[in-house]
Design a protein around this ligand. Sequence first.
Ligand SMILES: [Zn+2]
Ligand SMILES: [Zn+2]
Length: 547
Amino acid sequence: MTNDDIASILELTVKLMDLHEENPFKSKSYASAAYRIEKLATPLEGKSLAELQALPELGKTTASVVDEILRTGTWSTLQELLTKTPKGILEMMRIKGLGPKKVKSIWTQLNIETPGELLYAIQEQRLSTLKGFGEKTQADLEKAITFFLAHQGKFHYAEGEEILTELLPLLNDLFPGLAITAYGHTRRKTDVLEKISIAGIGSMQVPIGNFSAYPTLVIEQCDDKGWTGSIADKYKIEYKPIAAEVFYKELWLSSSSEEHQQDIKLDKTFTNEAEIYSYNNIAFHPTECREFKTKWDESYINGLVQDKDIRGVIHNHSTYSDGKNTVEEMAMACKKAGYEYLVMSDHSQTAAYAGGMGMDKVFSQFKTIDQWNAKHPDFRIYKSVESDILTDGSLDYTDEELSAFDLIIVSVHAGLKMDEATAMQRLIRAIEHPSTRILGHMTGRLLLSRPGYPIDHKKIIDACAANKVAIEINASPYRLDIDWRWLQYAQEKGVWISINPDAHSIDGIQDIHWGVISGRKGGLLKSNTLNALDLNDFEDWRKNFKK
Ligand SMILES: [Zn+2]
Ligand SMILES: [Zn+2]
């Protein structure tokens, strides 16, 4: 159990206490405990009660709560609250814009207990009678519920891959000869999944109930047509048996878009997927590269960016703003992982909620960085900042202050509800700023929880090309923003793409992997990837720049 998991359990407790109007002092103290636990750099799992109590960040009461959570996966106060809260009410609390207070009044005054009922009530104008639900709020809520209902039960690809990395070798050991592998959208590495799909040659008989070799897997149904189940009560999983003669054809069809399938002959038995391509005189396309109708040649596919090509880690947060690890810890982790440079870009001053840096903090971070760089000539930390793009499109510091940094990343964090015209003006002004080098998470989308603000992608990419601004693929599996569908256009325009983890901890650095998958999906070449440049070439890119 990670610290984040513990913090989420406490946060849910707080929400439910507020919903049921329980002791506000207690709920506030749990909220601040959750906040402190989220910020802790050392994992709590594995610590004894005495060790927990010795942590100054926890205190005695919180320590015993954490101990209970670590031992049982939950705690008594939360369990009591859960038993008096209908399931639909819990779901409503996960909808953007619905805090405990609003849910309470919808529940007690209108007797609405599910998101579906709430949507219907909005369409019937029944919410207008409640305090705090003006026309604008209702319209926003309607959008948020529709989004929620459309994405229920779905999850990020990263979670699916992490499970399969453990589960597939295990199943293949237990059932040799079935060649069990990922299937469908799971195989295609689609950024959001509805279920984890696997397939094998022939049927796999498994008992209903907990799967002993992988206890979080519960088999719900099993027959000759395969089995279905769930993992950790959260992820649907299915096994599909396929006859040997059509196995590779089926695998390939399941992982290729309709466009990609066009003009491909499948009129024979194949003994692997590569044979399908060679039979059609086309280079082998890895499973994540089966989106487009146009087929790539071998040299293009060999040139696609790979995990091992990434030399520098760009866009990271430290304890100077909302990160969990210090600058030195982040740098050491990057160095150990074989990277050559780290671009440290904490939040700028306007992002007060994220501990954004005033110039005094900036200068003290500069000192830390200078000291590190003096001691480590073979690894460089760059002085950067993720400057907020303010509502009018200006950046967060004066031009003179901005020129003190090695390079500037710009992103929108507040005021996300914009129409396209407003968003475009705001972004283009920021792109045109003489200091801007990289555009962070271009649309602000959060997969499964909010769509991005509307933009004209082509115009933004054109502006980045004209102003020599690189575009980030924010590699967090929750963002993957810019969307891979725009990468080819960006490459045609000669825009550098930077695969940035936006890491808020040492673990977050590994998110680069999800960005690389996105890049490959969209056809991103190593030669167009900014942080595939080694330290020397990156330094050239950084220095030789004038708008
Ligand atoms: Zn950001
Ligand atoms: Zn960031």
